[in-house]
Design a protein around this ligand. Structure first.
Ligand SMILES: Cc1cc2nc3c(=O)[nH]c(=O)nc-3n(C[C@H](O)[C@H](O)[C@H](O)COP(=O)(O)OP(=O)(O)OC[C@H]3O[C@@H](n4cnc5c(N)ncnc54)[C@H](O)[C@@H]3O)c2cc1C
Length: 511
């Protein structure tokens, strides 16, 4: 397939440009679109003003499409077509990006303005191995496709918690899951990656094949090592794909006791019960009466109940029972239903930023709240009545998760048990008016700086920046530690000696 595609390009008279030796002339991206169109079966390349292009140029955050227009979208159907596409882009020196599920918040994160965007939407194969221990997941799947296929089989994978998010970006950056307490992050559970490298070769990376690439892709992925076309991930038995869930909405005034309960869960509760999982989110919404805390508690052990409604609470979550609530919803649900219920709709402008601190002192977290509230008030004043919804999220990395990350030779994230327990502090906002974009970015960056300074002043700083929640200006790979950053660069140099991906694949975190 690859060679026949290249033959077609040669016949098309573009041989000079596709040899890779022609560095003196860079044709416009439209030439690459035409060359790819010529090399792939009909219909794979879509141009502006076509309905297919409009469908592909749809992203979760409207900042990824506002005033951003690729010369074309390429929609390969298999790894060979991805390889052909990469070969042409490399040969024609054309800037590109790759869209998995398109959930990056910032402009250009997975869409290439004026370049070529490869949309993996048709790589949706999904196969459970006969021994039920592995699931092969095409890189264009969303998590809802995975959970819908697995729930009915009584299997789960360590994957995304929200329906529409892409499998690819989430796994390549790390991947926090309902099941991370037992098995680590999503990247720790990949058994094999099928990857198209910068040279257009299709290779596999696993603990026995191309071990260096396998290590690098576990946290260092997403635009530095190649386009992953398939993830083979570990599957685990979970009857009906069901989990226990309790969602609490707590009045903002009670945030100190809610945060103390979450910090205690992080340091003591979750390491003692690795089937527990949780996050806590502070927000300001008129419909909740202003400031409020949303606390979601999950447990992989199911109480014995016939009607799916259960009033019992796993012991690890008992301390949350005494918190005042505006609303409390307990349920036993399968992963698909749960992930759909917390889906965040498309159509807003979005920003995400994060940092990581040590989790050992609850007062650090309660003292972060006024820093965030000052930011919220600034945003609301500037919004002048237009829609703004701010969030401050705490996401634990307890010791049991850090331990699980050590499996299979460890990942590239640079998180050590000796540094833990840790807490990711995540700052996000969604808004409507593009005039607020600069303020949103600047103010979020400032608050992250203030949180880091506060943590440092108390000897509680860590500095890990989780790629999947990071702002476009954050130094993700530097935060993995000098040794891991250097190792990632060295592996990238081996697999892409001419730095093609560093140069042509723009818009996301580079080494
Ligand atoms: C509503 C929502 C819920 C979320 N929930 C979670 C969660 O539960 N746990 C968690 O850990 N994170 C979560 N995240 C963060 C999420 O993991 C990241 O936003 C992730 O990048 C999304 O992946 P994507 O494929 O949709 O994004 P994209 O924007 O398509 O891709 C992200 C990056 O990866 C690159 N890329 C995409 N596909 C490939 C590929 N196949 N090979 C190589 N590079 C590729 C893209 O070019 C881009 O640089 C959530 C995000 C949102 C918006």
């Amino acid at each position: 397939m690859l060679s026949s595609g290249l033959n077609k390009i040669l016949l098309g008279g573009l041989a000079l440009a596709t040899t890779g030796s022609c560095t003196w002339w860079t044709p416009p991206a439209t030439a690459a679109c035409k060359a790819i169109d010529f090399a792939l079966p009909r219909g794979r390349v879509n141009y502006p003003d076509s309905p297919a292009y409009a469908k592909e140029n749809t992203y979760w955050s409207s900042r990824q499409t506002d005033n951003i227009a690729p010369a074309c979208f390429v929609t390969p159907y298999n790894a060979f077509e991805v390889a052909t596409t990469v070969t042409v882009l490399r040969g024609l020196n054309t800037q590109f990006s790759v869209k998995g599920g398109g959930h990056t918040a910032f402009a250009g994160g997975s869409n290439s303005d004026g370049g070529v965007t490869i949309d993996l939407m048709y790589l949706t194969a999904l196969n459970v191995a006969d021994d039920r221990k592995t699931v092969s997941i095409g890189a264009g799947n969303r998590w809802i496709n995975v959970s819908e296929a697995l729930d009915t089989q009584g299997l789960v994978v360590v994957g995304g918690r929200v329906a529409d998010v892409g499998v690819s970006g989430l796994i390549l950056g790390g991947g926090i899951s309902y099941f991370s307490g037992m098995y680590g992050w999503a990247c720790d559970n990949v058994r094999n990656y099928e990857v198209v490298t910068a040279s257009g070769k299709i290779v596999n990376a696993s603990p026995i094949k191309n071990k260096d690439l396998y290590w690098a892709l576990r946290g260092g992925g997403g635009s530095n090592f190649g386009i992953v076309t398939r993830f083979d991930v570990a599957a685990y038995e979970q009857p009906g794909g069901n989990i226990w869930h309790n969602s609490l909405i707590i009045p903002g005034a009670a945030n100190a006791s809610a945060i103390a309960a979450y910090q205690n869960l992080t340091v003591n509760g979750m390491p003692a019960d690795n089937k527990a999982h949780s996050y806590m989110v502070l927000t300001h919404m008129d419909m909740l009466g202003g400031y409020a805390v949303i606390s979601d508690l999950f447990h992989a052990d199911l109480p014995n109940t016939a009607d799916g409604v259960d009033e019992s609470v796993p012991g690890v979550f008992e301390p949350f029972e005494s918190l005042p609530t505006i609303m409390k919803t307990k349920s036993i649900v399968n992963v698909s239903t749960l992930s759909r219920s917390i889906n965040i709709p498309y159509g807003s402008r979005q920003t995400w930023w994060d940092t990581t601190v040590k989790a050992t002192d609850p007062s650090l977290f309660t003292d972060i709240v006024p820093l965030w509230q000052a930011h919220v008030e600034k945003l609301q004043a500037a919004a002048n009545g237009s829609a703004v919804t701010p969030y401050l999220a705490f996401q634990a990395i307890p010791l049991n998760v850090l331990k699980a990350m050590e499996a299979n030779g460890g990942n590239a994230l640079g998180l050590k048990q000796s540094d833990g327990p840790l807490m990711i502090v995540q700052l996000t906002a969604q808004w409507a008016d593009s005039a607020l974009d600069d303020l949103m970015e600047k103010s979020s960056e400032e608050v992250i700086g203030k949180i880091n300074n506060l943590a440092k002043s108390r000897g509680l700083s860590h500095g890990f920046v989780y790629a999947n929640y990071a702002g476009s200006r954050q130094s993700v790979f530097e935060s993995y530690g000098a040794a891991n950053h250097a190792k990632l660069k060295q592996i990238a140099q081996k697999w892409d000696p001419k730095g093609v991906l560093q140069k042509l694949w723009k818009g996301y975190f580079k080494l």
